[in-house]
Ligand binder design. Structure first.
Ligand code: HEM
Length: 181
C-alpha cells in the first residue's frame, strides 16, 4: 500500500503514459492491488489490536496516545478503502493523478495549490485529511518504531540483571559471591 501511494503520488501522470501504461490499465491495477493491500492491512491491524487488548502485560503498556493512534490509523484505512470503493468501483472514478498527486507535490515545492483538491469527492477529501492527522500523532505513539531501527543493540554492552531478593534459592551465597547492592 505504501509503495502504491508513493507511485500514485510521486510519479507524474505523463511518465506512466510514456511507458505505455494506459489510464484504464493503471486505474484497474491500482484499485485492485490497493484494495487487496488495504483489506490485508486492516485485517493485520485487527489481529494486533485484539492481542493488545487481550494480553494483560501488552495492554498495560498501551498509552492513551497509542489508543488514539489506533483509532486514527483505522480511520485513514477505512476512509481510503471507502473512498476507493465509492469513486472507482461504485462511481465512474476521478483521476487522482491530475488532482491529489500534483497537489501533494505542490506542498514540497512550497507552492501549495488547494484548488486542485476542491472538486474531489468528500470521502476522498476526508481520507487525504486523515493522513496528516495520523502523521501528527505518529512520533508520540508505538508507531514510532516504524521509523527507528535498534541498531545500537548490536554494539551496546550487555545489561546485567540482578534480582532484588536477599537470597537466591535455599542455599546461602558462597564466600566471595555476596550480593552487590
Ligand atoms: C498524504 C497522504 C495520503 C494521500 C494524499 C492519500 C491519497 C489517496 C488516494 C488519492 C487514494 C485513492 C482513493 C480515492 O479515490 O480517494 C487513496 C487510497 C487509499 N489510501 Fe491513501 N493517501 C494518503 C495516506 C494514506 C495513509 C496514511 C493510509 C493508511 C494508513 C492510507 C490508506 C489508503 C487505503 C487503504 C486506500 C484504498 C486502497 C488504494 O486505493 O490504495 N492512505 N489514498
Amino acid at each position: 500500500m505504501a509503495v502504491g501511494h508513493v507511485v500514485a503520488l510521486l510519479i507524474p501522470h505523463g511518465w506512466s503514459e510514456a511507458a505505455g501504461i494506459t489510464e484504464h490499465t493503471y486505474r484497474v491495477t491500482a484499485v485492485a492491488l490497493g484494495t487487496v493491500a488495504g483489506v490485508c492491512t486492516l485485517g493485520g491491524l485487527a489481529v494486533l489490536v485484539c492481542r493488545r487488548r487481550t494480553v494483560g502485560p501488552v495492554f498495560s503498556a498501551t498509552t492513551h496516545n497509542d489508543k488514539l493512534m489506533y483509532v486514527m490509523l483505522t480511520l485513514a484505512l477505512v476512509l481510503g478503502l471507502t473512498a476507493t470503493a465509492d469513486a472507482n468501483i461504485a462511481g465512474a472514478g476521478y483521476d487522482y493523478r491530475t488532482t491529489v498527486s500534483p497537489w501533494f507535490r505542490s506542498i514540497f515545492s512550497f507552492r501549495p495549490d488547494p484548488a486542485l483538491m476542491s472538486g474531489l469527492p468528500l470521502l476522498s477529501q476526508l481520507h487525504v485529511l486523515s493522513a496528516p492527522a495520523l502523521f501528527a500523532v505518529w512520533p508520540f505513539t508505538r508507531l514510532a518504531h516504524l521509523l527507528t531501527a535498534p541498531l545500537g543493540y548490536l554494539t551496546r554492552p550487555y545489561i546485567v540483571y540482578r534480582s532484588r531478593d536477599a537470597q537466591l534459592g535455599a542455599r546461602p551465597p558462597r564466600r566471595g559471591w555476596e550480593r552487590v547492592r
